[in-house]
Design a protein around this ligand. Structure first.
Ligand code: ZN
Length: 396
């Protein structure tokens, strides 16, 4: 079993923000009270037994009676605070660690946090932008890559820049994939999303291209219809019509566009699943994967839609490969893509016949013969082989 954490940037609403800060305060209060209790006990009786986390949790009940506002706190977070204090004392007691005495927590510290334990599904990643958190309900988040696994706990924190973050701890079986002793180079292309050095071409962009066009059309319709609906509502109000329209639900054409956009987005998200399937397959199949450095890759100065989609998918593909390789015990190497499609992988000579081609001519060159050694080459597979060779050079 391995534990891993992933971070999400949280955007709490006002009520959620208040609750979070109430919780910071309660956890800090309990920590300081318990710490003080230990100090006083020791002062009174040097031989008083240490009160462990279990004993401290029992004291919580009495504490909640004395300070009823503590009930506002998410209850597991107070237990976690006791456990953390217990651990801090254990580290202090351990002479090999040379840890200092546990310290009081200050309200003035701009960085505050608390941790909730997972019980009865109180923590759930609902979708790509929403997480259910104990006592806070559904919260919007952005960024971060969600790791699969059993959720064990969540730590909610704020920093000095007033940014809120959730760090979600998950437990997972050790998912190191079997070694296959196979290596691969991948060329990222426009015609195919990816071409491997052993000739596998993945074509999952085409559908996405069509879909994206459809999405753009419907998003335009949606915003136009929204504008019209707003104008109509303003008109009704201004002209004091008998039954003024005041809700967007009263505009069926807008509602229809809204539903359609949502539906297309859902399908587009399924494409993302395809990307996930592809990257998992690659990581399973190969021990070493070599890709081009996208920040250097000569991006086509091309405003065509397919180019921008391909570009976005390349980024997603590489970032998925990055963390999946790490996760599954494989290696990802990133290389300079310079000239990888113009050098013959057989004789390593650059083909200068390409120098004078226009961009379109160059893009349409799918196969070529090497003027030096006469090898017949598939443009993309040749590039992938060069990328692989470049990656393997860095290994030795
Ligand atoms: Zn050659």
């Amino acid at each position: 079993m391995v534990f891993k954490a992933f971070k999400l940037r949280l955007y709490p609403n006002k009520a959620q923000r208040n609750q979070i800060h109430v919780n910071f305060g309660c956890v800090r209060f309990v920590w300081n009270q318990m710490l003080n209790m230990h100090i006083e006990r020791y002062k009174n009786n040097k031989k008083a037994p240490f009160q462990n986390a279990f004993a401290m949790n029992n004291m919580l009940k009495a504490m909640k009676l004395e300070y009823p506002w503590l009930k506002q706190a998410e209850s597991t977070s107070l237990q976690v605070s006791n456990r953390d204090l217990n651990d801090a004392f254990q580290r202090f007691f351990d002479p090999s660690l040379q840890n200092g005495f546990p310290r009081f927590k200050s309200k003035k510290n701009a960085n505050q946090s608390y941790t909730s334990k997972f019980v009865n599904n109180n923590i759930q990643v609902v979708d790509n932008h929403h997480i259910k958190l104990p006592k806070l309900g559904l919260m919007y988040f952005r960024g971060g890559r969600i790791l699969e696994g059993k959720i064990k706990a969540v730590t909610i924190s704020v920093n000095s820049r007033n940014q809120y973050e959730a760090s979600v701890l998950v437990e997972n079986e050790n998912q190191v994939f079997k070694k296959t002793k196979k290596v691969v180079g991948i060329d990222l292309g426009l015609k195919n999303l990816s071409i491997t050095s052993d000739g596998q071409k993945e074509d999952i962009l085409k559908i996405s291209d069509k879909l994206n066009k459809k999405l753009k059309i419907w998003e335009r319709k949606k915003s136009r219809r929204l504008e019209n609906a707003k104008k109509a509502m303003a008109f009704d109000e201004h002209e004091k019509v008998l039954f003024p329209r005041t809700e967007l639900t009263q505009f069926p054409r807008y509602q229809q566009a809204k539903r359609t956009v949502a539906k297309i987005k859902k399908i587009a998200n399924r494409r993302k699943d395809n990307l996930h399937k592809l990257t998992t397959k690659l990581v399973k199949e190969y021990d070493v994967i070599v890709v081009e450095d996208l920040s250097v890759k000569n991006m086509m100065k091309n405003h065509h839609l397919s180019a921008s989609i391909a570009n976005a998918s390349w980024g997603t593909l590489v970032s998925q490969l990055k963390y999946k390789c790490e996760w599954h015990g494989k290696q990802l190497i990133i290389v300079d893509p310079k000239n990888t499609s113009r050098i013959c992988h057989e004789c390593k000579q650059k083909n200068h016949e390409f120098d004078d081609l226009t961009q379109n001519e160059w893009l349409n060159t799918r196969e070529w013969d090497c003027p030096n050694c006469n090898s017949h080459l598939d443009r993309d597979v040749n590039a992938a082989k060069n990328i692989l060779a470049r990656g393997l050079e860095t290994l030795f």
